[in-house]
Write a protein that binds this ligand. Structure first.
Ligand SMILES: [Zn+2]
Length: 246
């Protein structure tokens, strides 16, 4: 069952057994484990099929096999072992530690790593989040998984803006608006404090432009913050209300 895990993606367990390396990203054939975009659970995946997508111009003559056109992108279908549903991943060829489209670098093991997934994760948002906020956040998530961190940052900042406007704060910079929500006890103080740690919000310079110098890690940090924010401001109070009314 574990033969699909390549050696480089294996870590040792407490009994010196081979275990797949975990990660919080989406699965691909290089790391067939991680977050399932279907069920939202950490899972492992079985590769159930693959087809070439971008042909790179050469012909491969495998020993004993039929010649085939070489390719640099492929589409892989993975089956989630948790929800038993398929996930489609478009993958690009890597040589060693870089995509082959950037050159051969120092050479190394050939692998295929995901660049695009279907379905996109987080497509089922809680009905407790107001629709307009959900719509903006959903665009942020789509661009994040399309590896477009600047677009993600813009949409996430818009999500936070929309959240603060929802609670009546429409003036001043985002960090201040969140601080005021904290002072009004709408926002938990620790969440309001967290804002200072987030470069894309905490930056006090008046004209900070999120379209500059944003990497995926920045975008991820901001996305996690916005998710917590929505959980605290919309989902938990709605759940509490439902319990009260039982
Ligand atoms: Zn699943």
């Amino acid at each position: 069952m574990f033969d699909i895990f390549k050696k480089s993606n294996v870590v040792k367990g407490t009994r010196n057994e081979d275990l797949p390396m975990t990660h919080d990203g989406l699965p691909d054939s290089y790391r067939p484990n991680g977050l399932c975009p279907r069920c939202g659970k950490q899972s492992s995946f079985e590769i159930i099929g693959e087809l070439p997508v971008t042909f790179s111009g050469g012909i491969v003559h495998p020993s004993g096999g039929k010649p085939y056109r070489s390719y640099s992108d492929k589409v892989t279908c993975l089956l989630c072992r948790h929800c038993s549903q398929g996930v489609v991943v478009v993958e690009e060829e890597w040589i060693g530690n870089q995509p082959s489209r950037l050159g051969y670098g120092k050479g190394g093991e050939i692998s295929f790593r995901g660049v695009s997934w279907w379905p996109l994760p987080h497509s089922n948002f809680s009905k407790d989040i107001p629709d307009e906020i959900k719509g903006i956040f959903s665009e942020a998530v789509t661009t994040y998984y399309a590896k477009a961190p600047r677009a993600t940052a813009v949409m996430l900042r818009r999500t936070v803006e929309a959240i603060t406007v929802h609670f009546g704060e429409d003036k001043g910079n985002l960090a201040n608006r969140l601080k005021i929500l904290g002072e009004k006890n709408i926002l938990q103080p620790s969440l309001a404090d967290w804002v200072k740690e987030i470069r894309l919000i905490g930056n006090q310079s008046a004209h900070y432009d999120p379209a500059n110098e944003v990497n995926l890690e920045d975008a991820k940090q901001l996305m996690e913050f916005v998710e917590e924010l929505m959980k605290y401001l919309f989902i938990l109070p709605a759940e509490l209300n439902r319990h009260r009314n039982i």
